[in-house]
Design a protein around this ligand. Structure first.
Ligand SMILES: [Zn+2]
Length: 487
């Protein structure tokens, strides 16, 4: 009898707890408030006829400005000439400064020079074409067909540069000026680190005493369907970008004839080290930018995703597990390492005295090059493997910019005016941009490319058949014009 009563009591307690938990989970979901600004719908103005803008982009694409051949490449000068012809007023009235051979710097003085300066960034170089035969149209033909402009740079990043210039030219044509002073800085070696272009452009700005309120650079675009549980398309504004570090692992062992190998070879030791790393990736965590992204997205979501994100106190481990499942979301929650290069013996019957591997790391904000190297040492735990940062380009993760600033709100508002159907949220950029070189000049740095892209389009960036729809390019130009008008 007593046992039955106890069972009943425990059963009731269980049901009560379950009910209380359900109530908490549901009410946390219901309490979520939208972070989206309500803005009146406007009819954003085209800076120029849509076809003419496509033509100008096409002409810029036709100039082969691959950044790995800058020194010997006269094409960067040709591109400058093409741009000069395309945007005559910009050259006449703003006379751009040429920085370190090919960097272009325009200064658009505002009506209120005491207001914080705005820096608009883009780059004019492109990556090489790996397999020209895979392209439907020649990669540097700038073919316009089927509603698209085709070619290398159509998305990354001549599109951004041209859209910014279209907006600025149109403003000059209308005899207008922005309230705040604007600098437009176009680099020419972003794809190989930006040390010649953006870095010297930033130096020149610093010399001229420029301090900017915010910079806007390429980064994230609007990719419908990219977020599980979200119906509307999402416009993500990058508050930060991951750091970059290449690390060389070297295992050393006596070389010799391959007919009498020792138990452990340099290759075996190196392989074991790589295997340990693969089994023990950097720990996953929700950084503050990702946490913020989810807090902006959750109120706009439906179903399970909404409740889960509203109750991260309970579901965070589950969310991290889910995000770990796909490379794109896994990269949001941890420092990643990709083994990219391997080297052993130069001959098949010779034991190598040294085996080398290169790991390419992308650092999550919060991790530094120093802490990452320590982590590798700790996991490999083998003194026979030397671990050192490779010489060449590296960068720490960018500091996280403020999503509560008036400038973030300005971008938010402009996006919702030009793309009223989208949801805006802050986020983290997984790749690197030229922005890092301007860090010390800017209070905040944002990264957003105002174009619609499909998941399939994203594969064309640095891949084959890169293209942008004529409408997407026009929309980007409308965005920049609207931004200029609201600065
Ligand atoms: Zn780019």
């Amino acid at each position: 009898m007593k046992k039955n009563r106890l069972r009943l009591y425990l059963g009731l307690l269980g049901v009560t707890c379950l009910l209380a938990l359900t109530t908490v989970l549901l009410s946390n979901g219901l309490l979520l408030k939208t972070r989206q600004l309500k803005v009146p719908v406007i009819k954003a103005e085209n800076p120029a006829p849509v076809q003419a803008m496509a033509q100008r982009l096409s002409r810029a694409i036709q100039i082969e400005t691959i950044s790995n051949k800058i020194q010997l490449n006269p094409n960067f000068k040709s591109l400058e000439e093409v741009l000069k012809k395309s945007f005559p007023l910009l050259w006449q009235r703003l006379s751009p400064q040429i920085i370190n051979q090919h960097g272009l710097l325009f200064h658009f003085p505002g009506k209120n020079p005491q207001e914080p300066i705005v820096l608009l960034l883009a780059h004019l170089d492109v990556v090489p074409v790996e397999s020209p035969s895979a392209w439907k149209y020649q990669p540097f033909s700038g073919t316009i067909t089927g509603g698209y402009v085709w070619g290398r740079g159509a998305i990354d990043d001549k599109q951004s540069a041209l859209a910014i210039l279209e907006a600025a030219e149109s403003l000059l044509r209308q005899g207008q000026r922005p309230e705040r002073s604007v600098y437009i800085a176009l680099g020419y070696d972003e794809e190989i680190g930006g040390t010649q272009g953006a870095a010297t452009l930033a130096k020149a700005l610093k010399k001229q005493g420029v301090e900017c309120g915010f910079s806007l650079d390429e980064g994230l675009a609007i990719v419908p369907g990219s977020m599980i549980g979200m119906k509307p398309p999402v416009a993500l504004i990058g508050l930060s970008e991951k750091g970059y570090l290449s690390v060389e692992l070297t295992a050393t062992q006596a070389g010799g004839h391959a007919s009498m190998p020792p138990k452990e070879t340099a290759v075996g030791i190196l392989a074991a080290a790589l295997n340990r790393l693969q089994n023990k990736p950097f720990p996953a965590r929700l950084g503050s930018t990702s946490r913020e992204m989810f807090s902006w997205l959750a109120p706009e979501m439906t179903g399970v995703s909404k409740w889960a994100l509203a109750n991260l106190w309970l579901f965070e481990p589950l969310l991290l597990k889910q995000l770990s499942g796909k490379p794109a979301t896994n990269a949001l929650i941890r420092t990643t390492m990709a083994p990219t290069m391997l080297q052993g013996s130069p001959q098949e019957n010779v034991l190598p005295a040294e085996a080398k591997a290169v790991l390419n790391l992308r650092l999550l904000p919060g991790d530094t090059q120093h802490t990452a190297l320590n982590y590798l040492k700790q996991v490999i735990a083998d003194p026979r493997v030397q671990i050192q940062a490779r010489s060449g380009f590296s960068s720490e993760a960018a500091p996280e910019s403020d999503s509560k600033s008036t400038d973030f709100a300005l971008l938010h508002r402009t996006i919702r005016q030009v793309f009223p159907e989208v949801v805006v949220a802050p986020s983290l950029v997984l790749a690197g941009t030229d922005s890092r070189h301007y860090q010390s000049l800017c209070k905040n740095q944002y990264r957003f490319q105002p174009v619609y892209l499909t998941a399939e389009d994203l594969k064309r960036v640095h891949g084959s058949n890169e293209r942008i729809s004529i409408e997407a390019h026009a929309q980007a130009a409308r965005f920049y014009l609207q931004l200029f008008k609201q600065l």
